[in-house]
Design a protein around this ligand. Structure first.
Ligand code: ADP
Length: 260
């Protein structure tokens, strides 16, 4: 790490988070939250204690995916995270708003401050893996996260329609400046399964992501299909029912990510 450890924000006495993985994307709507959700579900299923810090403050979609409607409760010591059915802990601005549909009309500094507080003031308890659902892009909130949270590794989520080269290069440069390893790429919405014969169809043609991954020396860990069942699981709050092997290499990369 190329900056003094003292710049990192300390957690409270009730939190012991062992590894922090940030999930980033170039723009919104590519499935970053979905991948974050799946990472927490699958590592939890492997026996680890997991948590999600939803730093995508203006587009918080994590609680909905898990069907979590409870509000976060404050105590004398700090805020308690809310737990999903299988015990994934989470904190999101939606768990603090009175109505899920209230817009968050905040300036960057306030958003960045809130994300920092999610790290410092939430009583996370013992957590093996914390996944941070980052706001899209490389603005001041991602920068704050990288400067104030001890991020151990980064997963980049892309979709085939994007200018993948530029996005990956930007994310990789940012990671390098912060001295945080990029664990790999996940290309979402890459293919569909033919409803008649089950054959994989790649509607966007040959993947540019694979080429960029090779050029940047970053592993392309997984290609996820556009899957109506998965979309339904997310929309109805039952992402924990996910039962495919598409994410397995991503889970291995996360579990093998060295501790800071
Ligand atoms: P982001 O966090 O990048 O803004 P989300 O993860 O919220 O994107 O996904 C945007 C929408 O697309 C959600 O409604 C989600 O359910 C849907 N979606 C994402 N990936 C897939 C997929 N592979 N198959 C079907 N639906 C998907």
């Amino acid at each position: 790490r190329n900056k003094p450890e003292s710049l990192l924000e300390a957690q409270n006495a009730f939190s012991n988070v062992k590894k922090v993985i940030a999930v980033v994307s170039g723009k919104g709507g590519v499935g970053k939250s979905l991948v974050t959700g799946l990472l927490s579900v699958l590592t939890k299923r492997n026996g680890h204690s997991t948590a999600i810090l939803d730093a995508d403050i203006t587009g918080p979609s994590i609680p909905k995916m898990f069907g979590v409607h409870d509000k976060a409760m404050g105590t004398e010591d700090g805020i308690l995270p809310v737990e999903s059915r299988t015990g994934v802990k989470m904190m999101s601005v939606n768990l603090l708003l009175e109505n899920d549909t209230d817009p968050v009309i905040w300036r960057g500094a306030l958003i960045a401050g809130t994300v920092k507080q999610f790290w410092t003031d939430v009583l996370w308890g013992d957590v093996d893996y914390m996944f941070v659902d980052m706001p899209p892009g490389t603005g001041d909130v991602p920068l704050t996260v990288f400067q104030s949270l001890p991020v151990d590794g980064i997963i980049i989520v892309t979709s085939p329609q994007e200018l993948v080269g530029m996005i990956v290069e930007k994310a990789a440069k940012m990671a390098k400046m912060m001295n945080i390893p990029v664990l790999g790429l996940v290309e979402n919405m890459s293919w569909i399964s033919c409803p008649d014969c089950g054959k994989k169809i790649f509607p966007f043609g040959e993947s540019q992501t694979a080429k960029v991954a090779l050029e940047e020396g970053i592993p392309l860990l997984a290609q996820l299909p556009i899957d109506p069942a998965l979309a339904r699981e997310c929309d109805t709050g039952v992402i924990e029912l996910f039962n495919e092997d598409w994410m397995d290499p991503v889970i291995s990369a996360v579990e093998n990510c060295p501790k800071r």
